[in-house]
Design a protein around this ligand. Structure first.
Ligand code: MG
Length: 451
C-alpha cells in the first residue's frame, strides 16, 4: 500500500505536490480514523487558508467538530490539544521547508504526532477512499478559540524562574522568520521582563526576510542586529517555531547542540540518574553532559517524532536533537522553540554570564560530513555487509551504523531521498574527525564491493 506520510507529516509544493484534493481526502481519512473534536492551526505559509478550509470540510463531512485556534506555532497546537479534550490536532505547516512548500501534521489526543500504526490506518482509508460520510444532521460544528496563544505562553512561563529573569533586564532580538514564532516569542520575552526587538515579525508566506530554516547562512541579519544594538541574545525560529537557534552578544551563531547542551546540563543535574533521549546523530558534547550529570542516554533513530514517542514511553527528563530541537516533557513531549528560548534566557539570568562565556565553557568538537554515492538498488542492501564488517567495533546500530571511539565517532546512514549514504564524524581535532569520516567512506566502499 502507498505512503503519504513522510518522516514528519505530509509535505509538498503548493498546488503541485500537495493539492486541495489531497488535503481534503487526507482530512476525511483522519476524521474516519480519529472521530471527535479536532483542534486545527496553521503557520504563515501561502496556501494555509486554502488548506485549512479543506481540512475543516473534510473533517466535518465525517462528523468531526472543529476548534480553530488560528495561526500559532506547532508546539502551541500540541500544547492545546489535550487541554481542549480533542481527539486530534491538525497543523497546516511545512516547518523549515522553502516557501513554495506546505504540509499537514496530524497529532493524537495527547498532542504528539500520531504513531506509525495510526498513520497506516489513515493511509489505508486515504488510498481505499473508505471515508465515513455522516447524515445531514450529524455534521459537526466549527468554533474558534481566541485565547490559545496566551494560555500557551502562560504554560511556558510556569516552567521558568520568572523573577530571576526579570531582575536581569536582558535585551533579546527575536527573528520570527515571518511566521508564527512572531506571535509568541516576542510577547513571552516581554512578559519575562526582557526588552524585545523583533525582526521578520510580520506574517508573510513569501518569507521576504529569510528562508524559514534557521541555518547560519539565513541568520546574518539577526547576527548583525544583535551585535549592533548590544543585545544579550538573539533567537531565530523555523517556519512553525518548534525549533530555536541562538546568537550570542558578539553575533556568533550557536550550533544546535550547544544550546541543547546548555539546557541539558541544567535539567539533567536537577535529579539523580536522569534520562536523556537523543537520536544517534547527536554528538560527543551531549555525551559529556550526560556523563557530568550522571544521566543515562537512550539513543533513538533520527527524527523528532521518534524522540517524542520515546519520551512518552520512558518518562525521561529531557529530549534533544543536534539541530537545536529541545523537548522538555514537564511542558510538552515535543520540540518547542519558544520553551527553548525561555530556558536559554533563564540560564543567562541565573548563571549571570554571557552566552558566549557559557558556550566557551563547553568542550569543543570538530565535525566532518561527507556523502558516498551508492546506487539506488544497493542502498538498503548495504546494511548487512556493513554490520558484518563492523561486528567487532563498539557500535550502535539503531539507525545506520555508529562506531564509537575514545577520540570520537563516525555515523553511516542511508539518505532518505538520494542515491547515497551519509557519513558524519566528530572528534577533538579536525584532523581526527576527517580521518574518522574517511574510515566511514572506506567501510561503505568495502561493504559495497561485497554486494
Ligand atoms: Mg519545525
Amino acid at each position: 500500500m502507498g505512503r503519504i506520510f513522510g518522516t514528519n507529516g505530509v509535505r509538498g509544493t503548493i498546488n503541485d505536490g500537495l493539492t486541495v484534493d489531497m488535503v481534503l481526502d487526507l482530512s476525511r481519512a483522519v476524521g474516519t480514523t480519529l472521530k471527535g473534536t479536532v483542534a486545527i492551526s496553521r503557520d504563515s505559509r501561502l496556501g494555509g487558508e486554502m488548506f485549512s478550509r479543506a481540512v475543516i470540510s473534510g473533517l466535518l463531512s465525517t462528523g468531526c467538530s472543529i476548534i480553530d485556534l488560528g495561526p500559532m506555532p506547532t508546539p502551541g497546537l500540541q500544547f492545546m490539544v489535550p487541554r481542549l479534550d480533542c481527539v486530534a490536532g491538525v497543523m497546516v505547516t511545512a516547518s523549515h521547508n522553502p516557501p513554495q512548500f506546505n504540509g499537514i501534521k496530524v497529532m493524537g489526543s495527547n498532542g504528539i504526532e500520531v504513531s506509525r500504526k495510526t498513520e497506516s490506518k489513515i493511509e489505508d482509508a486515504y488510498f481505499k477512499k473508505t471515508f465515513t460520510q455522516v447524515e445531514w444532521d450529524e455534521i459537526g460544528t466549527v468554533d474558534s478559540y481566541e485565547t490559545a496563544i496566551s494560555e500557551y505562553i502562560q504554560g511556558i512561563k510556569s516552567h521558568v524562574d520568572v523573577s530571576s529573569i526579570k531582575e536581569r533586564n536582558l535585551t533579546v532580538v527575536v527573528d520570527g522568520a515571518n511566521s508564527v514564532g512572531s506571535l509568541v516569542t516576542p510577547i513571552l520575552m516581554r512578559e519575562l521582563g526582557c526588552k524585545v526587538i523583533s525582526i521578520n515579525a510580520q506574517m508573510d508566506g513569501h518569507f521576504p526576510g529569510r528562508d524559514p530554516e534557521p541555518l547560519p547562512k539565513n541568520l546574518q541579519t539577526l547576527s548583525n542586529v544583535v551585535r549592533s544594538i548590544g543585545a544579550d541574545v538573539g533567537v531565530a525560529h523555523d517556519g512553525d517555531a518548534d525549533r530555536a537557534t541562538f546568537v550570542d552578544s558578539d553575533g556568533n551563531i550557536l550550533w544546535g547542540d550547544q544550546s541543547f547542551a546548555l539546557i541539558a546540563s541544567r535539567v539533567l543535574a536537577r535529579k539523580k540518574e536522569s534520562t536523556l533521549i537523543t537520536p544517534v546523530s547527536s554528538g560527543k558534547l551531549i555525551e559529556d553532559i550526560a556523563e557530568e550529570t550522571d544521566a543515562k542516554i537512550i539513543w533513538t533513530e533520527v527524527g523528532s517524532v521518534v524522540v517524542s514517542h520515546k519520551l512518552l514511553e520512558t518518562g525521561a527528563e529531557l529530549g534533544g536533537e543536534e539541530n537545536g530541537g529541545v523537548f522538555y516533557p514537564p511542558h510538552l513531549c515535543a520540540r518547542d522553540g519558544a520553551m527553548t528560548a525561555a530556558q536559554i534566557v533563564e540560564i543567562l539570568a541565573t548563571e549571570n554570564k554571557t552566552l558566549s562565556k557559557l558556550v566557551d565553557e563547553l568542550p569543543t568538537y570538530f565535525s566532518t560530513k561527507i556523502k558516498v554515492a551508492v546506487p539506488i538498488e544497493k542502498k538498503s542492501l548495504l546494511l548487512e555487509p556493513l554490520l558484518e564488517i563492523t561486528s567487532n567495533e563498539n557500535r550502535i546500530t539503531i539507525d545506520g551504523v555508529k562506531l564509537m571511539y575514545d577520540t570520537g565517532w563516525v555515523l553511516m546512514r542511508p539518505s532518505g531521498t538520494e542515491p547515497l549514504w551519509r557519513v558524519f564524524a566528530e572528534a577533538k581535532t579536525q584532523d581526527e574527525s576527517d580521518r574518522l569520516a574517511e574510515k566511514g567512506r572506506n567501510i561503505i566502499e568495502a561493504a559495497l564491493s561485497k554486494i
